[in-house]
Design a binder for this molecule. Structure first.
Ligand code: HGY
Ligand code: MN
Ligand code: MN
Length: 417
């Protein structure tokens, strides 16, 4: 058994981690080299089953809770201590990549495999977690299952989320066999770490290997419906039209303007837009679209909210439409926990990796875990900062470096370093 003194030089196996990522990427592989493994589809079940089999092979016990979150546990020498956790998600965007989410899950597994190689037992138990439906692509909003775990939503709300076909999250959990019976949350967690590709351009542009993530920006998600009147595209004079798509086009422009006006940190995106009846010679009578606002400063985020509402109502007024604006989700900016950030810094210093502090532009399960556990994140660069795209890419060296920092940060918090 490796003595504590020798711990500081144990290292993860970068080849094994890279091979596991490649193996998992086969499940839902797309032509351009990405992955489409939407939450609670048969492909998600396949990915979950593979992860569970690997964890069992590594000697972990498996628990699944009522939101389908998976916990692979490796006992420590003191079972009375709360677990030190690492994890992320296995579900992807429709045009997802091979690293978003899955990297944080399999880097956690690599930590367990490395401790097994050294026959080393941490004081606190280690748990590797898969959080259900992090992406919020099939079931809105994002991070719904870690949100229930952290008490941001009740279980009923989580299970009743519906996908565009009307299927509920709870039904789909049952269908794929991951409707567990463990309670969701309500237990002490010693620390939570999530390693993730940055999904933006900063680390690569600055030539840095590690992002010490000290927090994440706030988000507001909206569903907006503009209603006018269907009419014939031929005989209806332009002045008499109540064209919902013209209104929506102006609203999309307003969303973009609000983002630009709150530069450099604001992000503003219309990701979904459906017109009705979507017929080339009928004036659209109704348009549904989504808005995704982000900013690290809560006050700016609420000013953007006010501006959006005022702009959409003014556009509706001018174009003879009615507007229904629903904010479906609000996630305030998050500050991660100093002791966990310190554990990451210490691990970075020990390995002498180039690094910088940063705020996460993307949301992550860690944003909710931070409400119930001391939490921090570790970023590594991704090529051209591109993610939520099949060409998402990272280097084997950076992937290994992030997992190395995860290992040492976890050992520090598990009372071993
Ligand atoms: O939207 C996000 O930031 C995350 O990818 N769910
Ligand atoms: Mn992610
Ligand atoms: Mn994502």
């Amino acid at each position: 058994m490796t003595p504590n003194s020798a711990l500081s030089n144990i290292a993860i196996n970068g080849d094994r981690l890279w091979d596991s990522l490649a193996e998992m990427a086969k499940i839902g592989a797309t032509e351009k080299g990405g992955v489409c493994r939407l939450a609670l589809t048969d492909l998600d079940r396949e990915g979950r089953d593979l992860f569970v089999s690997w964890c069992r092979d590594a000697g972990c016990s498996i628990t699944v809770d009522k939101m389908g979150n998976i916990f692979a546990r490796r006992e420590g020498t003191d079972p009375g201590l709360p677990p030190v956790m690492a994890g992320s998600h296995l579900d992807t965007q429709p045009t997802g990549g091979r690293f978003d989410g899955v990297y944080g899950v399999l880097a956690g597994l690599e930590v367990v495999r490395t401790l097994n190689d050294h026959d080393y037992r941490t004081k606190a138990p280690i748990e590797i977690t898969v959080w259900t439906n992090e992406e919020g692509s099939r079931f809105a909003p994002s991070m719904i299952a870690s949100g229930v775990f952290a008490g941001a939503f009740d279980l009923e709300h989580g299970l009743s989320r519906r996908d565009p076909d009307g299927k509920t999250l709870g039904e789909e959990l049952e269908r794929i066999g991951y409707a567990g019976d463990a309670p969701v949350g309500g237990r002490e967690i010693g620390a939570f770490f999530e390693v993730h590709i940055e999904q933006g351009p900063i680390l690569e542009a600055e030539g840095k290997t590690i992002g010490v993530v000290v927090g994440a920006q706030g988000q507001r998600w909206y569903e907006i419906t503009l209603t006018g009147q269907e009419a014939h595209a031929g005989p209806t004079p332009m002045a008499r039209r109540r064209d919902a798509l013209v209104g929506a086009a102006r609203a999309v422009e307003a969303v973009n303007r609000i983002g630009l006006e709150n530069a450099p940190h604001a992000c503003a995106t219309v990701g979904m837009l459906n017109t009705y009846p979507n017929s080339r010679n009928t004036i659209p009578g109704r348009v549904f679209f989504t808005v995704d606002f982000r900013h690290p400063d809560d006050a700016v985020l609420s000013a953007m909210d006010q501006e959006l509402r005022a702009s959409v109502l003014a556009i509706a007024e001018r174009t003879g439409l009615t507007a229904e604006i629903n904010q479906i989700w609000y996630s305030p900016p998050v500050a991660f926990a100093e002791p966990c950030i310190e554990a990451v810094r210490t691990a970075v210093a020990r390995h002498d990796y180039s690094h910088r502090d940063m705020i996460s532009g993307a949301g992550h399960d860690a944003c909710y875990l931070a409400r119930v556990a001391p939490t921090a994140m570790i970023f590594v660069p991704c090529e051209d900062g591109i993610s939520h795209n099949e060409i998402e890419n990272a280097t084997k060296e950076d992937i290994a470096a992030g997992a190395e920092i995860l290992l040492h940060a976890m050992l520090e918090r598990a009372g071993s370093l």
